[in-house]
Design a protein around this ligand. Sequence first.
Ligand code: GAL
Length: 652
Amino acid sequence: MTHQRLGVCYYPEHWPESRWREDAELMKGIGLSFVRIGEFAWSRLEPSEGAYDFAWLARAVDTLDHAGLKIVLGTPTATPPKWLVDKMPDMAALDADGRPRKFGSRRHYCFSHEGYAQECDRIVERLARTFGAHPAIAAWQTDNEYGCHDTVLSYSQSALRAFRKWCAAKYRSIETLNTAWGNVFWSMEYRSFDEIELPNLTVTEANPSHLMDFQRFSSDQVIAFNRRQTEIIRRHARDATILHNFMGSFVDFDHYALSDDLDVAAWDSYPLGFLERSSHNNDFKLRYMRVGDPDFQAFHHDLYRACGRGRWQVMEQQPGPVNWAPWNPAPAEGAVRLWTFEAFAAGAQTVSYFRWRQAPFAQEQMHEGLLLPYAEPNEGYHAVARVSQELAALDARVERARAPVALIFDYESAWAWRIEPQGQDFSYFDLVLFIYRGLRRAGLSVDVIPATATAIAERALIIAPALFAPSQEFTEALAKSGATILLGPRAGSKTADFQIPANLPPGVLQSLIDIRVRRVESLRPGARVPVSESGAFVRWREFLIVGENVERELTSDDGEIALARCGNVFYLSGWPDEELLKSVLRRIFQAAGIPTLDLSEDIRVRDNGAIRYIFNYGAETTDISALIGEETLLLGERLLEPCGVAAFRRRD
Ligand code: GAL
């Protein structure tokens, strides 16, 4: 088991070389051990074609190394330099309106452009050859935030050509594709794969099956792009640790599949920016504006832990106001520390802050760093120094344990309901996060998992909301799992081809519970369908036909089944409001025999091995004695202050 570590993102190319040593010593001085560098430096590594200049990077690496720091070296492929873009202007992605996404910021490339991919092979190869054996390089980061600024989908000629090939490989015959997509509808039939178009600029909505395959294809392109880099790096640094920094609430490619080529999954956590960008109402945003949504970060920690098969980290942790959200408030005092401990409690190996020093120039000049633009320490610096001392005193190790409660998060489902929301506010991501919040409010530590047989093994409770098209194999694994299972709404409601299953939804899942969904309706904001015992459906509800062995656990006021049950399998036939979710969860916790905690609204709990952490996301000091009993606190106080973190060793 390794120790938990702290790190920072640093751009030596932004600062005079004479300053590097002092920076490195200051980093070391506040207990940082990891520094990520290099990920946007292409114009300095190769100022013009073939004219490499790696000497400065080597000196930067050595300076950090001498200070005793380890390095995460980024490949610079998110920022192709001007000469390269001018050499092959068609490497730009085209947006859905067919307009090029031009040079002048970053991520100006199309994942399907073979010429660009070869340029990337070249620069990655050079870097890996030069630095692959350097003892200070502890890890490699591929590119930066794949898909950031909406860059996964591209409607370029390269994408079109590659998509046709992808379709031909998948369907073999054009008749099969026509049938799978239902192209007889509106005379959309193709006579050959060469006739296939990209699903943009259509008069009205494109065919959902077409959109789904384009999304799958686009995801595969990102994975293939990444794989080229990982293969090159491994050729030169066989034991390299390779990671990528993923984002928050971002679903445009399958992160589980991409992570199969990585050793560690990392993600970039900006709690205040994410909250401002979220769909929460104004009251929620005001309430948490300086600490962030108490569950959003935790959800991503759990998701990326699954991606990294246990090995994960925060690569960019917000240390102060950022520049990119609609509003950019400052974190509450203690918030940076709170976020850091929440990540470690979820099993992070490293928490690394973005960025070391605020840049006084260019796009992110309003984004704080640990140092002010002119190098004096800012608040983030002091927060990190404190966390680092506490970590050393705690002597905590990275622990991993399988949680009995698992919540399925599935990328295809996210694409499906974005393609066909049916109700404007049906967001798969929001639904899963909403249920996750209900689980956290009950004091549970949860694993977020993919819909695979291995991931669901040894669980007491499995929750699979809105799972688009579960496979036969997965359905059988569910049936054999012996776990309590909560399905619905919209579970199994399509085939993988994006058609309604022959025997109606929930399709293959009918082998678990004998119900059929005969009608669905979406509900505009403000509309509610009350449910007998408590709460109501909002946004979405379904009308079920049920078999004889299915019990009605909950019924809506208009007499429809709201929660159906067959043995240990439950089906929820709508989008619950908070009250209804609570009563549904209460029933399934009971069925699964899962003990819960009674937490006040802003308190969250996380178990990491034998250590239980308690977090206060509220603005009030809260007495948490009831959660601690007779145990001795390793961290924090029984009267837990706002942003407070407490920890103790459990004996049960
Ligand atoms: C991330 C990105 C960084 C920086 C940061 C600002 O999305 O990876 O390069 O732009 O946001 O918050």
